[in-house]
Design a protein. Structure first.
Length: 544
């Protein structure tokens, strides 16, 4: 299925930014040329946070598993352009399931790990998913049980598959099922024209209270990864350590697809601590390590090999970090939600430069290569400031082709730019300000929508969500609670209440602040800035 306009597709092909190779073909080429090379490896502590023992596969071994699973998908009736959702942490099994789906011409919708059952149900229903692949658990959350319950409420789901060790009844265990079917599963590739122009994924962007589907073809992904590979000078057969979930532009575009491009080794990681990430990188002698931008300085000190490159991921609309002199190559990934990214290597000054408006190639400064991204901004509207506009070979067609039978309008300007609705600050040289992708790039309206959730807790008169800058994670969300007279809210009970109510994990605060009243602005609205300043001055007043 193609959703990109034919004229736009031709423009990208003519420029050299798009090719005829889909993502799976990149893997198959490496498997044919280097069958004994290590392709993919689980984290050694896999059994701590999900089911199943750690696995390591060569390209030949992985290619055989992908072939058999792709044949299995077809055998059970999943046809080209059917959509299957995936909610699983970073494991070999999850990557094999994704690549097998792409080989079978299916469309993958990777779902964020923090999504609860209601979010999964709404998303899969809106895109008409025919299948769902879920892990047995992610840390203490029973993702498999939730997947089974989703299937009970969503009649369009024909198959629900389970990955891991303790799969609940009602899910098809992929591992044992393939073993039972033996070697009789043979896959024959399709020969549809322009395979790289067909939709590969549907990821998800947050717009207010709505999760918006963002469809990308194979070439969109390859264009996004090209800037990273070129700017970071990632060589063939390099090893890449990825701690980001494979559910969006950061994990897929920054980790999985660059791995496919360079035919190296993908080391999978589930983040539990920075020390654990550094130890994992040192143990496998990783050539490239991804990390949230605010952790780059600390990670730089903990890595033993000075040749290791750090890919530091930042949100293009969040606060600016402190500069530091790295002991190795450091490349900043400026992520614009699910719409675009810019990769920029730090110079000798160790300062992160503003992202320039205009055209971007890969690597930066190269004028002979095709334009991979063009950035512009809107004028300030209604006091909200300018918003980021993007276009180019990596920029997707926003929205799925149909949502419950209704056409979704792609948010594009007349000049061909996509309006991301991401507000940015303009400084000399371009756009300033970067934070963690997906971490509290929230406007006042988003926080106001969270306030009633906190205020519904028994004994609370009013409440407010606010953001506090954090030297480790860049930003954390806090809750300020004003109790009713005679009540003293218990922080532990408050968190238990949020969990029992099924509040989105992204809306659960890091800490709780108990106040006698909320600070107000002159117009009577809550002053979240004063809440932030108060917390920074009096950290002891916040309780875990």
């Amino acid at each position: 299925m193609k959703v990109t306009l034919e004229s736009l597709s031709k423009e990208h092909h003519d420029s050299g930014a798009w090719s005829d190779l889909p993502l799976d073909e990149l893997f198959r080429q490496t498997a044919a040329e280097h069958p004994s090379r290590l392709a993919i490896a689980d984290a050694p502590d896999r059994e701590v946070w999900t089911g199943g023992a750690p696995r390591r596969l060569t390209y030949a071994e992985a290619d055989r598993e992908i072939d058999r699973l792709a044949a299995f998908y077809r055998t059970v009736g999943l046809a080209a352009d059917h959509v299957i959702g995936v909610q699983a942490p970073n494991t070999v099994d999850a990557v094999i399931a994704i690549l097998a789906a792409l080989r079978a011409d299916l469309i993958i919708s990777p779902l964020p790990l923090h999504w609860r059952q209601k979010n999964v149900l709404e998303a899969l229903n809106s895109i008409g998913a025919k299948g769902f692949i879920a892990a047995d658990r992610v840390e203490t959350r029973d993702v498999g049980v939730a997947a089974r319950d989703v299937a009970a409420d969503l009649f369009s789901l024909r198959f629900v598959f389970g990955l891991g060790k303790d799969i609940p009844d009602g899910l098809i265990e992929l591992g044992p099922m393939l073993a039972e079917m033996g070697e009789g599963l043979e896959f024959t590739p399709s020969e549809r024209p322009d395979p790289a122009d067909h939709t590969a994924t549907i990821c998800w962007s947050r717009s207010g209270e709505e999760n918006v589907p963002v469809s990308r073809c194979h070439n969109h992904w390859i264009s996004a990864s090209q800037m990273i590979v070129d700017e970071a000078h990632i060589g063939d057969a390099s090893s890449i350590l990825v701690p980001y979930s494979l559910s969006g532009l950061t994990g897929l575009g920054g980790g999985l697809v660059p791995w496919l491009r360079i035919g190296g080794t993908l080391h999978l990681h589930h983040p539990t601590s920075l020390a654990n990430l550094a130890a994992h990188a040192n143990d496998v002698k990783a050539d490239v390590v991804m990390t949230p931008g605010p952790l780059a300085q600390t990670l730089d000190r903990k890595l033993s090999d000075h040749k290791t490159t750090i890919l530091a991921a930042w949100n293009i609309a969040a606060p600016h970090p402190t500069a530091f002199v790295a002991r190795r190559r450091l490349v900043d990934l400026h992520i614009a939600d699910e719409f675009a990214l810019v990769a920029k290597a730090r110079g000798p000054s160790a300062k992160m430069k503003a992202t320039a408006l205009g055209k971007h190639c890969g690597p930066n400064g190269c004028e002979s290569g095709p334009t991979l991204l063009e950035i512009a901004v809107t004028d300030e509207v209604d006091g909200h400031g300018p918003a980021l506009l993007v276009k180019g070979p990596m920029v997707p067609e926003v929205g799925w082709h149909t949502i419950n039978g209704e056409q979704r309008r792609v948010r594009r300007e007349t000049s061909g730019f996509l309006n991301t609705n991401i507000n940015v600050d303009l400084v000399e040289g371009g756009i300033s300000g970067f934070g963690i992708p997906g971490q509290y790039a929230l406007g006042t309206g988003d926080l106001e929508a969270i306030d009633p959730i906190y205020a519904d807790y028994e004994g609370v008169r009013e409440a407010a969500a606010f953001i506090v800058e954090d030297s480790i994670l860049g930003a954390r969300m806090y809750a300020a609670l004003v109790p009713e007279p005679g009540h003293v809210p218990d922080a532990g009970a408050f968190f238990a209440y949020l969990d029992a109510e099924g509040v989105d994990l992204a809306k659960i605060p890091h800490r709780v602040l108990i106040l006698q009243s909320l600070p107000r602005n002159a117009d009577g609205t809550i002053s979240r800035e004063r809440l932030t300043m108060r917390t920074q001055r009096l950290p002891a007043a916040a309780v875990a």
